[in-house]
Design a protein around this ligand. Structure first.
Ligand code: KIV
Ligand code: NA
Length: 278
């Protein structure tokens, strides 16, 4: 397969070919996702929740993102890797924004970065775009602003919200964003915004009218400690359960000396100990 590019993604929208996106945070998961044919791997700052054990994405640092992005990009050759700009790394000066985004590209070897927000980050999006750093936007429920928003609430439910979402999406497209994630929007608003943009939208909890879909790796594979699946997630495996029972069986085998067996052991020739102690 040819490497996925921003141009290819725009073409996919025009041709009505949905774009598949999944999050990835390390080498083996990225490798498996690419082998499965995933178009875009997002090194999301959901890293904080699903891998690092934080209760929100806010504690994730630029160093965390660089480290995990590097692990993901080592694994892939054709999937397009986007890395999240973490909390409070793109609202200061243009210089600091560019240096953070630059680290994700140069050290992390991402092909693009993602930022949450609308008009208020248009200047940051434009600066990155001019510097050769493709930007994916992110509107709707933006988890880095969860304390400002007041909770994980569905967005776009009022006329005023829907109008602002469309204006923000258009501002991002004008600033040069190549794609926009729409998170937790009513399906009608997400579909309408998608129809009004020429860049592809990637939905999560935003219905079937988006140009692509993204889910968190650990959510769709139930790879975690077992919190209830969210309404907008379809689950395709139960890795958590498989891992727990595999590990429990291993512990049992060790305790009962079922493991290691002969076949897992390296047989000596019977001479070394004889010669030594004989
Ligand atoms: O961090 C993340 O996983 C994300 C996606 C859910 C869009 O931003
Ligand atoms: Na994110």
């Amino acid at each position: 397969r040819k490497p996925i590019s921003t141009i290819r993604m725009r073409k996919m929208k025009q041709e009505g070919i949905p774009i598949s996106v999944v999050t990835a945070y390390d080498y083996p998961s990225a490798k498996l996702a690419e082998e499965a044919g995933v178009d875009v791997l997002l090194v999301g700052d959901s890293l904080g929740n699903v891998v690092l054990g934080y209760e929100s994405t806010l504690p994730v640092t630029i160093d965390d993102m660089v480290y995990h992005t590097r692990a993901v990009t080592r694994a892939v050759s054709t999937s397009f890797v986007v890395a999240d700009m973490p909390f409070n790394t793109y609202h200061g000066s243009i210089d600091t924004t560019l240096s953070h985004a630059g680290r994700l590209m140069q050290e992390g070897r991402a092909k693009a970065v993602k930022m949450e927000g609308g008009k208020e980050i248009a200047a940051a999006v434009a600066a990155c775009t001019s510097a050769g750093i493709p930007v994916m936007g992110h509107l709707g429920l933006t988890p880095q602003s969860v304390y400002q928003i007041g909770g994980y609430l569905i967005q776009g439910k009022t006329e005023q919200q829907a109008k602002k979402l469309l204006e923000d999406a258009q501002a991002l497209e004008e600033a040069g964003a190549f794609s926009i994630v729409l998170e937790l929007l009513t399906d009608e608003v997400a579909a309408y915004i998608s129809s009004r943009l020429s860049i592809p939208t990637i939905g999560i909890g935003a219905g079937a009218g988006c140009d692509g879909q993204v889910l968190v790796f650990h959510d769709l594979l139930q790879y975690g400690s077992g919190s209830a699946p969210k309404k907008f997630v379809k689950t395709y495996a139960n890795l958590g359960e498989q891992i727990r029972s595999g590990l429990a069986e291993y512990v049992k085998d060790v305790k009962t000396k079922q493991f290691p067996a002969q076949e897992h052991s390296f047989k000596g020739d019977g001479k070394v100990i004889d010669q030594l102690y004989g």
